[in-house]
Design a protein around this ligand. Structure first.
Ligand SMILES: [Zn+2]
Length: 132
């Protein structure tokens, strides 16, 4: 059976009512949602951004490695919210991929320049003006 209460926006609560009750767990006990919200807020304040080590924006794979390694320690010590650490893991992976692509682009550019220079050299040695 569905909970009979309405949510704050006027829509019906879609939670399952407790067995033998007209209301869900949240609506059966007035103040329960507030209490849970307060507890969540308290839990978040345990994380202390000011206690985190300062980092510049990572520019190399080694920077990413150092940031992630430090984050592991900070999550373990309760300084960093695991949700933030999760986001860091995701962003770190994306950044490593971007760094890899940028490195490929740089190498490709170098190869292209070298091949243009070599073509120029072949052209010059075939030019009668430069070969008297
Ligand atoms: Zn409800």
């Amino acid at each position: 059976m569905q909970c009979e209460k309405k949510k704050r926006d006027g829509k019906p609560c879609r939670a399952q009512a407790r067995a033998g009750n007209k209301h869900c767990a949240l609506h059966a006990e007035p103040g329960r949602a507030k209490e849970l919200g307060r507890r969540g807020g308290h839990r978040r304040t345990v994380y202390r951004p000011e206690a985190l080590k300062e980092f510049e924006a990572p520019k190399t794979a080694a920077d990413v490695r150092d940031l992630l390694a430090e984050s592991i320690i900070e999550v373990r010590a309760g300084k960093l919210d695991p949700k933030v650490a999760n986001a860091l893991g995701y962003l770190g992976t994306s950044l490593l991929r971007a760094l890899e692509t940028a490195d490929f682009e740089r190498q490709l550019d170098l190869l292209e320049r070298r091949s243009i220079r070599e073509e120029d050299m072949v052209f010059q040695s075939n030019d009668p003006a430069s070969n008297p």
